[in-house]
Design a protein around this ligand. Structure first.
Ligand code: GTP
Length: 206
């Protein structure tokens, strides 16, 4: 079955001071590392961005936000609208160490749910989460009504909040770096250290 990875790359990176997706880890840009890991779990990849020139080198399909500056829901809407598959995995462009196995688990939950969203140590991760394409109309309506808060949106659809307990029950060995995201230069430094301490081959195994 075909599935799509949707990489969100429409942000400003103002806290980082330079485009986060294009920072280099392990000799490759973060967005290339993400696309490489995604290829293990999805058949198609789409980038949602408002600066196509930055990502042309990847040779992947790109779409832009229909609603600009409206936050993550609008980005997810643009990705789902462009997707040609029912099951989709949304990933932020600033998560260098995503797990393809965790992606598989979230996509699998779409058999039963409209969305599957990790909530780890009390933190929700809407930008490493799985969504069915057909919720795009609901997102459309929420945006029209200016209801942009994603937590509220999850209450309108059949959402599975995936906790650490759920992952343990599924025998998934969750590692903190899987959902690590970089906002500030110090976090990029931390990512570089993490990459040095955990060789790439061992990072996405569980
Ligand atoms: N498509 C799309 N993606 C977005 C938008 N805003 C943020 N993102 C993406 O969502 C993820 C998380 O973004 P944030 O770190 O919260 O915001 P940011 O604008 O990238 O960074 P800051 O300017 O430092 O807040 C990143 O992958 C961003 O590229 C948007 O309006 N549209």
């Amino acid at each position: 079955m075909r599935t799509t990875g949707i990489i969100m790359a429409g942000g400003k990176s103002s806290r980082m001071g330079e485009n986060k997706a294009l920072l280099r880890i392990d000799g490759k840009t973060v967005i290339e590392n993400i696309a490489e890991t995604l290829e293990k779990t999805v058949t198609d990849i789409i980038i949602v961005t408002n600066t196509f020139e930055d990502y042309q080198f990847l040779g992947l399909p790109m779409v832009e936000d229909r609603w600009k500056e409206m936050g993550p829901l609008a980005g997810i809407h643009a990705g789902l609208s462009a997707s040609s598959t029912d099951k989709n995995l949304v990933v932020a462009c600033d998560m260098p160490f995503i797990s393809s196995e965790l992606g598989d688990i979230l996509l699998g939950l779409l058999e039963t749910f409209d969305a599957a969203v990790p909530n780890i140590a009390g933190q929700l991760h809407p930008l490493f989460a799985a969504y069915r394409k057909d919720i795009q109309e609901e997102i459309n309506q929420a945006i029209q009504k200016q209801e942009l808060r994603i937590r509220q949106f999850y209450k309108k659809i059949h959402t599975k909040i995936v906790t650490e307990d759920d992952l343990t029950k599924l025998h998934f060995d969750y590692q903190d770096h899987y959902l690590f995201n970089m906002n500030y230069p110090e976090e990029f430094e931390k990512a570089l250290k993490l990459a040095a301490d955990h060789p790439k081959e061992s990072r996405d195994l569980s």
